[in-house]
Design a protein around this ligand. Structure first.
Ligand code: FE
Length: 134
């Protein structure tokens, strides 16, 4: 079992910048092609910007053309919390950090083999392990 981190929205507000708060805590979406990791090719792990948990590996990152960083699987399934999302008139699966509950993005079933999954993730929700600037 993942040990959970639980904070109130007020506590997160003090820890995050306004963009991070809007995406991760208020379940927002960054504009496509705006994020710093959309085209990034760094080797290594992409961590949750809120709690530092390693979520996705560069080995599974691919160019989906969607405008958001995309991965075909997480580092392990227990890193991710899956939530059915019917907002905006669409049936989608929301993906959150399983450790702290931060909103990451959505997963779709039109990704590449071998999983056919496309984890469509906001850059703002992530921090690459070699990136110390937040
Ligand atoms: Fe997290």
């Amino acid at each position: 079992m993942t040990e959970k981190i639980v904070k109130t929205p007020e506590e997160w507000k003090k820890l995050l910048n306004p963009d991070q708060y809007e995406i991760c805590i208020k379940h927002g979406t960054e504009p496509p092609f705006s994020g710093k990791y959309n085209n990034s090719k760094f080797d290594g792990a992409y961590k949750c910007v809120c709690c530092g948990e390693e979520l996705f590996s560069s080995d599974t990152k691919f160019d989906s053309g969607s405008g958001w960083p995309s991965f075909w699987k997480p580092i392990s399934e227990d890193k991710i919390e899956y939530i059915s999302d019917t907002e905006h008139g669409m049936a989608r699966t929301e993906v959150n950090c399983n450790k702290c509950g931060a909103h990451l993005g959505h997963v779709f079933d039109d990704g590449p083999k071998p999983t056919n999954s496309r984890y469509c993730i906001n850059s703002i929700s992530l921090q690459h392990e070699k990136d110390n600037n937040g």
